[in-house]
Design a binder for this molecule. Structure first.
Ligand SMILES: *Cc1c(COP(=O)(O)O)cnc(C)c1O
Length: 410
């Protein structure tokens, strides 16, 4: 008898985005003339920067000729890309990371899920609340949790509340944990962890022999000089942290697919017999066994993100989305709405007016202003009473959305 992985039965059936889609569809069918603007989805809208497109086209040309054709590449990525990453994203910021600690992949979503392969089932896992759902669901799939409560919290996970009261920077847990997911700049709250907050987490991990899984997918959006771009800017982090980065949100690679994970060679974990083992060696084994590398044209495109022209074009792309965020922020503030985020991230996290529930605000915004956002409660129980707006859109749509929002609130 072929048995399934019963843990999958514990998953809440992908509730958030299907439910949003269902409500939007119902409204659109009843109001076919409503020009609905979607500010809900965390996907980029602008085309790839030209320096990246040109590099990819050149690489496709190489693949078309026998003398420059390439087959399988190294599973961890080509040296030209790993070197560029280590140099520009880490050593230029004073972080001691070498090219052989960089693992190139086809996405951070997969990496944050796949990393669980190398960790024991008995690890106690902490996540922020609200949270990027991938961290939670992949732990459910791995069998590390019990059933979900009606609010969507899983028994066996430690939830770290991130609210206005702690400025969305979670307190250290008061029970022991072994793996800690931190996302900064944060999806969904759009806020970022300060140097001292991150130092607190690194010190915690060192004291408790824990490992931090640091998701920095929105690193390029940091504008505040005091916010660390990498966890390795924090002294001692090399011994306790793995960092996930992606070309999705800075270079517009959501449909092109390239990301990377940093696993320092100094990071170790305990085996059942108490012996210490090198995490870099385990992840090398996992990555080279289950993954066969990112396509050459895509890696060539990713490397062009570090050329002088590529860097300039990416800066402009990020600036464009940050201007959208700033327009949304200031417009909402003028309308008397309390807003967070949007300064170091492409997301605005607003407090629903009059203490409305996230879903009540969603329905009112959809039916009265024909705008779609994401209910904060869909990211965790601490998101109730909040609402996420994304700055990934055309300027025209942002301006139109803002005019409607102002009228809607006023
Ligand atoms: C968009 C995003 C990523 C990037 O995922 P990819 O698979 O690289 O596209 C990672 N983490 C968070 C929190 C994100 O929002």
């Amino acid at each position: 008898m072929a048995r399934i992985n019963d843990s999958y039965l514990k998953l809440k059936a992908g509730y958030l985005f299907p439910e949003i889609a269902r409500r939007v569809r119902t409204f659109a069918e009843a109001h076919p003339n409503a020009a609905i603007i979607r500010l809900g989805i965390g996907d980029v809208t602008e085309p790839l920067p030209p320096a990246i497109v040109e590099a990819m086209q050149r690489a496709v040309g190489e693949m078309s000729r026998r003398e420059s054709f390439r087959g399988y590449g190294p599973e961890q990525g080509y040296d030209f890309l790993r070197e560029a990453i280590a140099e520009h994203d880490f050593r230029a910021r004073g972080c001691d990371i070498s090219a052989d600690e960089v693992f190139v992949s086809d996405g951070s979503k997969c990496d944050t899920g796949n990393i669980l392969d190398i960790f024991g089932i008995e690890n106690r896992v902490a996540v922020q609340d609200p949270v990027y759902p991938v961290y939670v669901d992949t732990n459910v799939m791995a069998g590390r949790t019990g059933a979900a409560t009606p609010e969507g919290r899983y028994a066996g996970l430690v939830y770290l509340p991130c609210t206005e009261a702690n400025q969305f920077s979670p307190a250290l847990p008061d029970e022991p944990v072994d793996l800690i997911y931190l996302c900064s700049p944060n999806n969904p709250t759009g806020t970022a962890l300060t140097k001292s907050a991150l130092q607190g987490w690194v010190d915690y991990a060192r004291r408790n022999d824990a490992i931090i899984l640091f998701d920095a997918a929105y690193e390029a959006y940091i504008t505040d000089a005091e916010i660390p771009h990498s966890i390795y800017e924090i002294p001692g982090a090399r011994d306790v942290a793995i960092e996930f980065r992606s070309f999705s949100k800075n270079a517009g690679f959501t449909g092109t697919r390239c990301a990377y994970t940093i696993v320092p060679k100094t990071l170790t974990g305990a085996a059942a017999d108490g012996g210490r083992h090198n995490i870099h060696a385990l992840w090398t084994r996992r990555h080279t066994t289950k993954f066969n590398g990112v396509s050459y044209p895509v890696q060539a495109g990713a490397a062009a993100a570090y050329s002088p022209e590529g860097r300039q074009q990416i800066r402009e792309l990020v600036r464009f989305y940050l201007e959208n965020a700033s327009l949304l922020r200031s417009g909402l503030e003028r309308a008397g709405i309390q807003v967070f985020g949007g300064v170091n991230a492409p997301y605005i996290w607003l407090k629903t007016p009059g203490g409305q529930s996230s879903w009540d605000f969603f329905d009112a915004l959809l039916t009265q202003a024909h705008l779609v956002g994401t209910p904060g409660s869909g990211f965790g129980s601490c998101g109730e009473g909040y609402f996420r707006l994304s700055a990934f859109n055309s300027r025209q749509n942002i301006e139109e959305a803002l005019a409607r929002l102002t009228k809607f609130v006023g």
